[in-house]
Structures are given as structure tokens and as C-alpha cells.
Design a protein around this ligand. Structure first.
Ligand code: FAD
Length: 345
């Protein structure tokens, strides 16, 4: 992966003094905030501190007052709450209208959304309405110290370069951010924040779409993005049948099963398990890569894991460059030995 060197970013000649504060879109379903919201609060806090501005959350839905108050415990300075019965279920048109009104009213300088199905749908719609830019799928954010402009980094050209994108002449600066990349904010008491209830006239909306029913996907899978331990298998596992080794190791460790694209393309495991550029981004406490070479497109999805353990028979496999611990050898011997040892403890 090459990093493009940023030369000097010149300040815009436009006056943006009215635009202040870092906002996070508080994505929720059935009153439960998506984990990415806490990650964006953690990252947003750092950006807000660098700018000397407030960190705020825009929370839209129904019966969310206690959720809004609870967000203060994560270090949020202001929660803008729009609480309406008609907004209980996410709807592109309605949420776009609400976000557009909030932004026009309070003028944030930065808005962060999760790169989730909802964030990816809502972000561009809002950006188009307020005539600003949006960088999709960011994996890194920072503030340029001279210009105060948001540096938005994301993989480009098939993951071969990391591109840093800036939005110089428009405000707010908007980005969707991959799940599992940023460290989540921790809950603590003693913060001073406020909940600002914003009245939105739902009846003025002339919606062309209506959500008839929300059908939950039935899955027996642990959510990869939320797992503390992930055991992933690659082409080196050899077959669908042999994936039982990966499943068993994950099971004894109480973790989830991940995979490289090669394993998914071979039909050994469903796509929902794929980690990487075109799969999921994860940052568990422990990531065990078994028979995975460490292609850049895989690394981009897991390299921020706390501890990476690589099992590979090739001592020169690139995965060892990012591994905390490396085991050189045949996974068919190493994994059963690990399972046996863990079961004894
Ligand atoms: P390989 O590269 O074939 O590596 C297999 C490894 O297993 C080797 O290092 C080998 O030494 C080792 N091995 C073999 N047998 C054993 C054994 N018995 N014991 C121990 N080790 C053994 N890839 C992803 O993973 N996720 C993505 O999201 C993704 N997105 C992509 C997007 C684009 C646009 C492109 C172009 C590619 C993408 N890829 C992605 C594919 C990526 O480039 C690699 O091809 C893929 O990650 C390789 O998977 P692998 O490491 O399992 O297989």
C-alpha cells in the first residue's frame, strides 16, 4: 500500500465561520444504536478536540429520549433529537428531509456517518441536498493543522493506494466511515452535555415511499464486526470440508468465523464471512489468520486488530509482516494441536 504524500492544503477563500461542530449520525434500529455510532463518537471526539469545537450526535427516530440522554455518558456535548412516531423506522426520504433541516438550522462543520446500508444511502442524499461533497468508506480521519480541513483517507484503485481526500470549498465536510476501524468511545459518568429537542413537522412531508414491513434476516452467525475473537480461513484451508477446523477453533475460543475472498470464491463459506476490502472491516482483540497469504485487500479489513496471529506454511507470506505472532507450518497440524491445548485449560 502506498501513501500519497499530502503537500500543503490551502485554506478555502470562502467564509465558513458559521459552520462549527463535529456531528455523528446516530444510526439506530428499534432504539438500538449501531456499534459504528460509538466508534464515530470516539473518533469524532478527537477531531472536535483538535478543532476546539463541540461533538454532537443527530438522533432521529421515536421514543429515544433516554437513548439521547445516555449518549452524554460517551462524552457527547450536544444531542440533537428529532423524536416523531412517523420516524420510528428508517425511511430514506423522511430521514433525508430531517437531516437537511437540522444541518441548515445548526450548521455543523463535519458530519460522520457509518458506511452501513443506512449511512451509505442517507449520506449521499443529504450531501446532494445541501450541495456539499462526501467521501465514502473512509478508514482514516484527521484534521490538517494549518487549514483545519478534514483529511479523509480511504483505499482507492482496488486497495493499491490510500487516497486522502479533502472538501475545500463546501461545508459541512461529510464522510461515511467503515465499521470496525475506529476505537469506540467508552461509557463514563460525569460528562456535561445537553439534549436539544428539535421539532420537525412530519406532516409537511409528502412521502412517495412507505416501509410496509421490516423482515429480520435469520442468521446463526455471530456478528463479525462485534466479535472479540475471529478465526479466519483462506485458500490454505483447502476445502469446504476442512473449514470445520476453523469453526472448531473459533468455537473453543468463543469467537466468530471469518474468511478470505479466495475461500468465499471457492464456495467453502458464505460471503457474509468475508473480511477485507469487498467484505467486512473488523478490529477484534484477536484475529487468527489461517492459510491466508496477506494480500492488501485482505489486510485492509483486519489490520487494526489488537493481536494478529498468522498460521502459514510459507515463512515469506506477507501476512507475517503484520502479525503479532507467527506460526510457520501446516495448519492441519497446528490447529488441532491448538484446539487440544485450549480444551485442556
Ligand atoms: P492465497 O493468496 O492463495 O494464500 C493462501 C495461503 O495459504 C498461502 O500463503 C499459502 O502459503 C498458505 N497455505 C497453503 N496451504 C497451507 C497449509 N496447509 N497450512 C498453512 N498455510 C497454508 N481478498 C480478501 O480476502 N478480502 C477481500 O475483501 C478482497 N477484496 C478484493 C477486492 C479486489 C478489487 C481484488 C482485486 C481482490 C480482492 N481480494 C480480497 C483478493 C485478494 O487479492 C487475494 O486474492 C485473497 O485475499 C487471497 O486469499 P488467500 O490469502 O486465502 O489465498
Amino acid at each position: 500500500v502506498q501513501a500519497i504524500e499530502i503537500k500543503r492544503i490551502e485554506k478555502s477563500t470562502r467564509d465558513f465561520t458559521d459552520y462549527k461542530d463535529v456531528w455523528v449520525f446516530g444510526e439506530q434500529r428499534n432504539g438500538q444504536l449501531n456499534q459504528v455510532v460509538y466508534e464515530l463518537i470516539g473518533e469524532g471526539r478527537k477531531l472536535a478536540n483538535k478543532l476546539g469545537e463541540n461533538l454532537c450526535v443527530a438522533l432521529i427516530g421515536n421514543k429515544l429520549t433516554s437513548k439521547a440522554k445516555d449518549l452524554i455518558n460517551y462524552g457527547v456535548d450536544k444531542v440533537y433529537l428529532v423524536d416523531e412516531e412517523g420516524l420510528a423506522i428508517y425511511n430514506d426520504e423522511a430521514y433525508t428531509a430531517v437531516m437537511t433541516e437540522l444541518i441548515n438550522c445548526y450548521k455543523p462543520s463535519i458530519i460522520l456517518l457509518g458506511a452501513t446500508a443506512i449511512g451509505r444511502s442517507l449520506g449521499p442524499r443529504v450531501a446532494a441536498r445541501i450541495k456539499t461533497g462526501l467521501t465514502a468508506d473512509c478508514t482514516g480521519l484527521d484534521i490538517d493543522s494549518e487549514s483545519g480541513i478534514l483529511l479523509q483517507t480511504r483505499p482507492a484503485f482496488g486497495g493499491n493506494i490510500m487516497a486522502t481526500i479533502v472538501c475545500k470549498n463546501h461545508r459541512p465536510q461529510m464522510a461515511t466511515v467503515r465499521q470496525g476501524v475506529m476505537k469506540p468511545a467508552k461509557r463514563k459518568s460525569g460528562y456535561n452535555g445537553q439534549v436539544i429537542k428539535h421539532h420537525f413537522d412530519y406532516n409537511k412531508l409528502n412521502l412517495r415511499t412507505r416501509v410496509l414491513k421490516v423482515v429480520e434476516e435469520i442468521t446463526d452467525m455471530v456478528k463479525l464486526e462485534e466479535a472479540d475473537i475471529i478465526v479466519s480461513g483462506g485458500r490454505g484451508v483447502g476445502s469446504a470440508e476442512n473449514f470445520k477446523l476453523i469453526r472448531e477453533l473459533a468455537e473453543v475460543l468463543g469467537g466468530a468465523v471469518g474468511a478470505s475472498r479466495a475461500a468465499v470464491d471457492n464456495g467453502w463459506i458464505p460471503y457474509a464471512h468475508q473480511v477485507g476490502q469487498t467484505g467486512k472491516t473488523v478490529s477484534p482483540k484477536i484475529y487468527i489468520a489461517c492459510g491466508i497469504s496477506g494480500a492488501v485487500q485482505h489486510l485492509v479489513g483486519m489490520r487494526s486488530s489488537d493481536v494478529i496471529i498468522a498460521i502459514n506454511k510459507d515463512p515469506n507470506a506477507p501476512i507475517f509482516n503484520v502479525a503479532t505472532y507467527g506460526l510457520v507450518g501446516d495448519l492441519n497440524q497446528i490447529i488441532p494441536a491448538m484446539i487440544k491445548e485450549i480444551k485442556l485449560r
